[in-house]
Design a binder for this molecule. Structure first.
Ligand code: ATR
Length: 320
């Protein structure tokens, strides 16, 4: 760990809803590390000062969430390949006076997927994946799947946004620097090798399709991932299925898996429909836990106590 550093903060606006403080404080306790994690409500105009403060020797680093993930990208000194590829930072690590912007969302998603035995990393090579949505979460997921060798179709209500996502991720495979911030070499620091494995450049194909093409793509899909906020408590359509009609689930193969990045509620309408068809399902909790675990490892250099983090997050969700 970096000297006597003992603080991690979450830069958010608003700061209220995150499970990260509960999860990371449980992790520090379980690992016997004398450190604290605190959510800070940082309005956009205060973000540069909040990031600058992270250079202080008391900080291990920070997490970054809505609405700051893209703005922080321009405020750090270096980016990891994962952050550069996705165009967003969810984790800042202090290395001396240098701030490194990292992104553990994509690798966290793949680590979560490994909990489904049918999708060990080798299982993703050549796998047909349908990703619903083209927002920030989709960028991390699509990049991670394509980097693991999957063939990905991105389907979004707003087709232009999906087209931009595919163009940006494909461009980064030949020219990683989307901004002036230099990209750190994985060889500089062994931490990156563990937390950015395989995320240097997408190797699988990334294609875009309109919503009308979805029913034709479902029969060949090995994995369907919802990255939209449809089905989420408090979201735009809590009772709905994302971009799908009720009959569409029947078009999925019996051995397809369905993952919903939403974890409130634990069983979304999409996951209920998939389970009713007998399909393997997973909600967004494993991705949340693993993106946190990879951030913990980058800050502390210690293995994350993943099961303590899972238990704390599950208990907090049950209580909320
Ligand atoms: P995040 O960072 O969580 O991905 P985001 O960037 O706001 O959030 O992206 C939200 C995604 O949910 C987008 O793909 C959005 O589709 P559009 O780009 O077409 O707006 C999708 N989304 C939100 N509400 C939706 C709805 N009612 N039906 C379908 N898609 C929806």
């Amino acid at each position: 760990m970096a000297g006597d550093a003992s603080k991690v903060v979450l830069l958010a606006h608003p700061a209220g809803h995150s499970l990260s403080p509960i999860m990371h404080n449980a992790a520090f306790r379980a690992a016997g590390i004398d450190a604290t994690y605190e959510a800070l409500d940082v309005p956009p105009e205060q973000l540069p000062a909040a990031v600058a403060a992270l250079r202080g020797s008391e900080y291990l680093g920070a997490n970054v969430t809505v609405p700051h993930k893209q703005a922080v990208f321009e405020l750090v000194d270096q980016l990891t390949p994962a952050a550069a590829a996705v165009g967003a930072v969810n984790t800042v690590i202090r290395r001396g006076e240098r701030l490194v912007g990292h992104n553990t969302d994509g690798a966290g998603f793949v680590r979560g997927l490994e909990e489904l035995t049918s999708f060990a990393p080798a299982g993703l090579v050549g796998a047909n994946c349908l990703v619903l949505g083209a927002g920030g979460a989709a960028r991390a997921v699509v990049n991670a799947l394509a980097s693991a060798g999957a063939s990905v179709h991105v389907i979004n209500r707003n087709l232009g946004r999906a087209t931009r996502l595919a163009a940006d991720l494909t461009r980064t495979s030949t020219s990683p620097g989307l901004s002036h911030v230099p990209v750190v070499s994985v060889a500089d620091d062994p931490t990156w090798a563990a937390t950015t494995a395989g995320e240097d450049a997408p190797v699988g194909e990334i294609r875009v399709a309109g919503v009308e093409a979805l029913s034709g793509l479902l029969p060949a899909a090995d994995l369907l991932v919802n990255t939209t906020s449809v089905g989420m408590i408090g979201g735009p359509d809590p009772g709905g299925l994302p971009l799908l009609g009720t009959d569409d689930m029947a078009a999925l193969a019996y051995d397809a898996a369905v993952v919903d990045l939403v974890y409130r509620p634990a069983v979304t309408p999409l996951l209920a429909a998939a389970a009713a068809r007998g399909l393997v399902t997973q909600n967004g909790l494993p991705m949340l836990i693993w993106q946190g675990a990879l951030a913990f490892e980058a800050w502390t250099g210690s293995d994350a106590p993943v099961e303590a983090m899972r238990l704390a997050a599950q208990q907090a969700l049950t209580a909320s």
